[in-house]
Design a protein around this ligand. Structure first.
Ligand code: ZN
Length: 356
């Protein structure tokens, strides 16, 4: 209805577009970054019969119902992930995955991506560990050229494997530090074994100048985050959300400015929390713990980076000023060069101050 003065109807309150908010993405796994349509196409090309739960998730965009908080649920999740990974067979598949991941990042306003990969998983089909890593790094270079996004790689060891394997990977990661590897991670079931079993691998990585960024405080509680800090000298924590259960640990993370790579949609899909509003985003944010929201495995969880900021807005009442601060924290927690950081941070200011 027109107003009585005969002018225009009142404008609805402007909602800033979160896919235009410049940000950095620090928690994205390699296979998990694939577009669903690409996986379906590759499965068809190679005659791979994907598990029904996976095809259902890919076609509906709804995450498979998994309770990864129990071991059987986690095992099922890993089986789905393995099925997806088995469709990446040729260097062209790797190049396509990385290019498309970069395109999706650009679409979501990400100006810097750190993708994590365990090259061991791809080595048998790509001629060994070193060729696999080189193909991945070449693909990252090409995607950077094609899309303009800054992109680096974290090599992640698998916690379910022997710590000696992790040391081999750490040495390899250090060797390729000048080719775009910036950090060393540790993924898979954090309830298995101890973080300190991997302390030598992390020491090798740190001595080689790499960032320490293990997963912790997702499937296990605050003690697991403390282990990452004490035994692996973590600079960042993959997830770390369960630190919210321990106020002293929150203070420690805030004092040391250890960024937690929090992945709300993943947490809900895997049953770490029942609902998006249960993810303790506010607790962490208000304790002063730097956060970098991440999508983890959008292939399986059905949502990418900007959607994580939507969760903060829609389920936790983050204002645009607070969302801008979350974006700044993601940039500050990244390994981006200072000029890239400065550019992204000024883009955040522009997003916030742009007139309606
Ligand atoms: Zn992860």
């Amino acid at each position: 209805m027109l107003s009585s003065s005969g002018g225009h109807p009142p404008n609805p309150p402007r909602v800033r577009d979160l896919s235009e908010l410049p940000k950095a993405h620090l928690h994205l796994h390699f296979t998990g970054s694939m577009r669903p349509a690409t996986l379906l196409e590759l499965a068809d090309k190679y005659g791979v019969r994907l598990p029904e739960a996976l095809t259902d998730a890919l076609t509906s965009g709804e995450p498979p119902r998994l309770r990864a908080t129990d071991e059987r649920g986690w095992f099922r999740f890993q089986r789905l992930y393995d099925a997806a990974r088995s469709c990446l067979r040729e260097p062209d598949d790797i190049r396509r995955l990385v290019r498309e991941a970069a395109e999706e990042e650009v679409r979501d306003g990400s100006g810097w991506l750190e993708i994590q990969v365990d090259p061991t998983s791809y080595a048998p089909r790509l001629g060994g560990l070193i060729p696999a890593l080189e193909i991945i790094l070449d693909a990252v270079d090409a995607a950077t050229r094609d899309t303009g996004i800054g992109m680096r790689v974290l090599v992640a060891a698998n916690r379910m494997k022997h710590p000696l394997d992790a040391r081999t990977l750490a040495r390899l990661a250090v060797r390729y530090a000048d080719r775009g590897i910036v950090g060393f991670g540790l993924s898979n079931d954090e309830r298995r074994g101890m973080a300190r079993d991997f302390d030598r691998a992390f020491a090798i990585a740190r001595e080689g100048g790499l960032l320490s960024a293990p997963h912790g405080g997702e499937l296990a509680g605050p003690a697991s985050v403390r282990d990452c800090l004490d035994d692996l000298e973590a600079d960042r924590i993959g997830h770390g959300v369960r630190a919210a259960e321990d106020p002293r640990l929150l203070r420690r993370l805030a004092d040391r400015q250890v960024t937690c790579e929090v992945c709300p949609a993943s947490n809900v899909a895997l049953g770490v929390y029942d609902k998006p509003e249960d993810v303790p985003l506010r607790t962490l944010f208000e304790a002063g713990v730097p956060l970098a929201l991440g999508a983890d495995d959008p292939l399986l969880f059905g949502s990418r980076l900007a959607a994580q900021y939507e969760i903060a807005r829609n389920h936790h009442g983050f204002t645009d000023t607070e969302l801008a601060e979350l974006a700044r924290q993601s940039v500050r927690g990244s390994t981006a060069p200072e000029d890239t950081k400065a550019k992204l941070l000024s883009g955040v200011d522009d997003w916030l101050t742009a007139p309606a």
